[in-house]
Design a protein around this ligand. Structure first.
Ligand code: HEC
Length: 146
């Protein structure tokens, strides 16, 4: 009986349910999520500089996307995703409550600034606030790539 259970487990592993595939998944997903954050910010910076025509609805939608992304951050850093092709620093899991609070702050900030987006000039303070929240977390929890 025990042998059969082991054999079944072996088959599952072979079918791609192995631990390593599961570990790579959240890393890839959170990196995609962060790239998407970057795209939203790039659009807002472009509008704020007048390189992209100002469009309040579009700017608010970008901030809503950042807000929704932020809501998913905490779940994409499970304890078994420390290793692999990641720039996430181990200190995340030593101070997970603080890390999660920073994700929650991004969600709050991205929500809070939306109503204030009325013209091109209003983008600057919103971007400053969001940028500080992104940068504050990276400063402590992301490996410096430069
Ligand atoms: C709660 C902390 C936190 C917040 C807030 C945060 N990030 Fe990140 N970010 C990280 C961590 C950690 C990584 C490294 C992820 C990895 O490599 O596994 C990262 C990686 C990135 C990357 C590189 C992704 C790649 O290609 O590997 C970009 C770009 C990025 N973040 C942009 C942003 C932007 C823009 C914001 C704000 C809108 C933001 N981040 C907010 C923690 C955060």
């Amino acid at each position: 009986m025990r042998k059969m259970v082991l054999a079944a487990a072996g088959l599952l592993m072979a079918a791609g349910f192995g631990a390593s595939a599961q570990q790579d998944e959240p890393i890839r997903q959170r990196q995609d999520l962060m790239k998407n954050n970057q795209e939203q910010i790039r659009l807002l910076v472009g509008m704020s500089r007048g390189q992209v025509p100002f469009d309040a609805a579009r700017a608010q939608a970008a901030l809503r996307q950042v807000e929704q992304n932020a809501r998913r951050i905490h779940a994409l850093f499970p304890p078994d995703s420390r290793q692999g092709k990641t720039d996430a620093l181990p200190v995340i899991w030593e101070r997970k409550a603080d890390f999660d609070a920073r994700a929650a702050k991004l969600e709050q900030d991205a929500g809070a600034v939306q109503a204030g987006i009325t013209d091109q000039a209003s983008l600057q303070p919103a971007l400053q606030r969001i940028g500080q929240t992104c940068g504050g977390c990276h400063e402590t929890y992301r490996r410096k790539t430069t």
